[in-house]
Design a protein. Structure first.
Length: 201
């Protein structure tokens, strides 16, 4: 169990790393060991670590790949690491699950999550495509909530983190009841849809 946060500004404003830090703080119990935030341009990703496997300490998250153009954060565990390592040309030993996620994205693009087995929630930013991907395993074992309007998209492992982020985003979105995650500004759980794709406009 770890904490995830993702922010994508769709209105041209830069993502505020303080908003991501506030959202991680609201999920402190999920990530008490280390909290890190990455931000650049319209996107920010945060990760709060609760290590459950030895590999969790191998690659600090958020994890950068492709010369920094791709940034990934993972809450979860992959069960087909040997298969993924062979397919992507990595060694299974000494390779973290988040590195395998980044390698899977590099090899298979936006359909990468269909190759993953395990229980996971993932947020991924590709600066080259100006696209954020959110993915969960088919059984939706790990929580991931999304709140979006025409200006900003927020993702987090817990709804209260979205409210904290909204409060810090200087009125970018106002907390409302549950509903559709697209266009209304309401909170919705990502459900078992594997990969909502969100473009920076």
């Amino acid at each position: 169990m770890s904490a995830l946060v993702a922010i994508l500004r769709r209105d041209g404003a830069p993502a505020d790393p303080a908003v991501a830090r506030a959202a991680l703080e609201a999920q402190r119990a999920r990530g008490p060991e280390a909290r890190r935030v990455w931000s650049e341009g319209p996107a920010a990703i945060g990760h709060g670590l609760l290590a459950t496997t030895p590999e969790d300490d191998l690659a600090p998250q958020p994890f950068s790949a492709a010369g920094g153009a791709v940034v990934v954060a993972l809450d979860g565990r992959l069960d087909n690491t040997a298969e993924l390592a062979e397919a992507t040309g990595l060694r299974e030993s000494g390779t973290s699950d988040v590195e395998l996620v980044a390698a899977a994205y590099a090899k298979w693009g936006a359909t990468f999550a269909h190759r993953l087995l395990g229980d996971f929630a993932i947020v991924l930013w590709d600066a080259r495509r100006r696209e954020m991907l959110c993915a969960r395993d088919p059984l939706a074992s790990r929580p991931l909530y999304v709140r979006a309007d025409h200006r900003v998209v927020l993702c987090a492992s817990e709804p209260r983190a979205l409210f904290r982020a909204a409060a810090r985003a200087t009125g970018a979105i106002a907390p409302t009841g549950a509903g559709s995650a697209t266009g209304t500004g309401a909170i919705a759980e990502a459900g078992d849809a594997r990969q909502p794709r969100i473009d920076a406009e």
